[in-house]
Design a protein around this ligand. Structure first.
Ligand SMILES: CC(C)(COP(=O)(O)OP(=O)(O)OC[C@H]1O[C@@H](n2cnc3c(N)ncnc32)[C@H](O)[C@@H]1OP(=O)(O)O)[C@@H](O)C(=O)NCCC(=O)NCCS
Length: 193
């Protein structure tokens, strides 16, 4: 049993469980939980001020959280830039990895990109971050370039990945297929897809 699954098996009895996870718009009240995850998952954690700044720009940003009851178990963000979009951040609480939460966050994020009329979406990922790269590949992202020493503090390259033609029928069908393959059905609240 993986560490994440073992942690899930021993989760506190008040936790409602994976099938209770709902994807909802990120609000200020979620930021304590978001920051706790950020501290544990990002070697350069975003500050409260940075998240607050992002939430103040709703016309060019789409941030969502994964909630298990009132507990934030993951989040993701999209920045809109003209025809393109940028996945700025995505993370899932370490105790909840490999439950399909990251996939559900990406599904909602990419559907929001489509809804906002984007044609292409890009992101940067650390060269050693196999988990995230694997997740992104499932969502049609392919490497488009290397940013040498992009993560200079850890001396690591950044891989730039792109998903093109996300406004096309083929990509919509890909997302539908991904949704059907989820172990737990996607549940959303207040997110327009
Ligand atoms: C990347 C991350 C968000 C994935 O979240 P998650 O909820 O664990 O991912 P999911 O359970 O939805 O996995 C979806 C798919 O992603 C891939 N994946 C996820 N974790 C993986 C891992 N450790 N190794 C290989 N593939 C992995 C798999 O294809 C997986 O599908 P499968 O479980 O059917 O094999 C999570 O590992 C995380 O928070 N990492 C730290 C923060 C981070 O690196 N963010 C990305 C910054 S660019």
């Amino acid at each position: 049993m993986s560490a994440a699954r073992a942690a899930a098996a021993h989760r506190a009895p008040d936790a409602a469980g994976d099938d209770a996870v709902v994807i909802a718009p990120m609000r200020r009240r979620h930021l304590r939980g978001v920051l706790a995850i950020e501290q544990r998952t990002n070697h350069r954690p975003w500050s409260l001020g940075l998240f607050l700044g992002e939430l103040r720009m709703p016309t060019s940003r789409c941030y969502v959280v994964a909630l298990d009851g009132h507990r934030v178990v993951g989040f993701s963000g999209l920045m809109l830039t003209g025809d393109g979009g940028h996945v700025t951040n995505i993370a899932v609480h370490p105790d909840r990895h490999r439950e399909g939460i990251g996939a559900r966050l990406m599904l909602v994020t990419m559907r929001q990109a489509i809804r906002r009329g984007l044609q292409a979406v890009t992101l940067e990922v650390r060269a050693s971050n196999v988990a995230a790269q694997s997740l992104y590949r499932r969502f049609g992202f392919a490497p488009g370039g290397i940013r040498r020493n992009y993560y200079a503090d850890v001396g690591e390259d950044g891989i730039v990945m792109w998903a093109h033609d996300v406004d096309g029928e083929e990509y919509a069908a890909r997302l539908d297929q991904l949704e059907r393959s989820l172990r737990v059905p996607l549940r959303t609240e207040g997110v327009f897809l």
